[in-house]
Design a binder for this molecule. Structure first.
Ligand code: FCB
Length: 453
């Protein structure tokens, strides 16, 4: 066992992440157009507490204060997403200057505080106008995305070096178009596969566009990956695990690395007639998707333990067994070693590829005590375990370059509304007051020390 107090490489990047719809609020401000999340939140029952992102953390109006918080924590990088409908209210066409100005001010503030801005171009808030034309099921959205990427890169590329095209295309495709639990709330096998393809295609179209606008850009994509293991050694459980891995992980990793969609998954889908029409995959698309990237962002929260009888009938339900131990408020198992396993696997099967953990964190409701202190020990323990897993991966030779905690502050957790709190910083939604939790102060010390205590 190595010494846990060992330091991380001196150029290792320590950061925290958020996304536009989850924190900004101000949905009508300065010419922002509607997004599919504004629309989805209006669907009765879609959001468990009936809330929406209309105000959220009001970050749009409190951005200077929030950058001040980041500086207090000593963050070296801040991963945020740009709201496409602020920049292009109709999804394409006329640029909304005031919307783009917000990100310009944010970037300047960050740089003044010595915090590196890490931009994600798409964290799920598609302009509603594009959804009206079919959204990600339609190829034209992928083309519109490349134009949007150009607008943002041309404006901010003189100051922003790290560019991520997409956050978690699996979620946008499977949760949004198959399970219907995220915007746009579609439940269709065709929409599932077609949206996934167009998300990947849009990534491939945007990579050269960003490079053309930003000569020294580091361009990548972020995937949420889930290491899976069978619930038993039975042939059926092992097969179901292979399928889960193909559906969740390899479906995105393989094409990004120039291998096309996994053959075993294509064979399964064809045998089942999962979809009938594959014509949305056009000649040349797989080459476009395989555009070389500078890094992969990995979002890790938990693992999956797979039991066969849920597959394939409920392939897309919850094909997992609940593990032992106390889960987080999301019901997710705390399994830090899964992060080490995952990073080693991605490196072994898909490297060389510089890796960053672009999200990792836990939902716990712990709030202020009588003295106003937020003693969220469980979150600190979660972060500590996972940062130790990063250290173990580094020791095993994985080119891991940074770690971003999810999330800087409590925020709108999609279909769970405000009921799940992932923040290092507590947000009192009635007053919008921010209070760093104990975990934030602990993380500040980790950053200052360049490693675990
Ligand atoms: C990820 C999302 C992020 C947040 C965390 C908990 O899937 O990227 O927005 O919801 O999960």
């Amino acid at each position: 066992m190595a010494d846990p107090s060992e330091r991380f490489p001196s150029d290792f990047v320590w950061g925290a992440a958020t996304s536009s719809y989850q924190i900004e609020g101000a949905v009508d401000a300065d010419g922002r157009g509607p997004s599919i999340w504004d629309d989805f939140c209006k669907v009765p029952g879609a959001i468990s507490d009936g809330s929406d992102g209309a105000v959220a953390c009001d970050h749009y109006h409190r951005m200077p204060e929030d950058v001040g918080l980041m500086a207090e924590l000593g963050l070296q990088a801040y991963r945020f997403s740009v709201a496409w409908p602020r920049v292009l209210p109709q999804g394409r066409g006329p640029v909304n200057g005031p919307g783009l100005d917000f990100y310009d001010r944010l970037v300047d503030r960050l740089l003044a505080a010595d915090i590196a801005p890490w931009i994600t171009l798409y964290h799920w808030d598609l302009p509603s106008a594009l959804q009206a034309e079919g959204g990600w099921v339609s190829r034209s959205t992928a083309e519109a995305f490349a134009d949007y990427a150009r607008v943002v890169a041309e404006r901010l590329g003189d100051r922003v070096r790290h560019w991520t095209t997409h956050n978690e295309p699996w979620c946008a495709s499977a949760l949004g178009h198959l399970e219907g639990v995220h915007a746009p709330g579609i439940k269709s096998q065709h929409a599932h596969v077609a949206s996934g393809h167009h998300l990947l295609l849009s990534h491939g179209l945007a990579v050269p566009v960003i490079r053309a606008a930003v000569p020294d850009a580091r361009v990548g994509i972020t995937l949420n990956l889930v290491p899976a293991e069978p619930a038993s050694s039975s042939e059926a459980d092992r097969d179901a695990t292979e399928r889960f891995d193909g559906w969740f992980n390899r479906w995105y990793l393989d094409p990004l690395r120039g291998r096309g969609y996994p053959n075993d998954m294509l064979a399964r889908y064809r045998a089942e007639r999962y979809i009938d029409d594959w014509s949305f995959i056009r000649p040349g698309d797989m080459e476009t998707i395989a555009a070389p990237t500078d890094f992969l962002g990995v979002n890790y929260y938990t693992r999956a333990i797979i039991r066969s009888h849920t597959v394939p009938e409920a392939l897309n339900g919850a094909p997992t067994v609940v593990a032992e131990g106390t889960p987080t408020d999301m019901g997710w198992e705390v399994y830090p070693d899964g992060l080490r396993q995952l990073l080693e696997r991605v490196h072994r099967d898909y490297g060389p590829w510089p890796l960053y953990v672009t999200e990792n964190g836990a939902a716990y409701a712990t709030g202020p005590d009588a003295d106003g202190r937020i003693a969220d020990h469980a979150r600190t323990a979660y972060l500590e375990g996972h940062i130790a897993a990063c250290q173990a991966a580094l020791r095993a030779g994985v080119p891991l370059k940074g770690y971003f905690a999810w999330s800087l502050m409590d925020n709108f957790e999609w279909a769970h509304g405000y009921e799940k709190r992932f923040g290092l910083v507590w947000v009192d939604y009635a007053t919008q007051q921010r209070t760093p939790k104990d975990s934030a102060l602990w993380y500040r010390d980790v950053i200052a020390r360049g490693g675990l205590p």
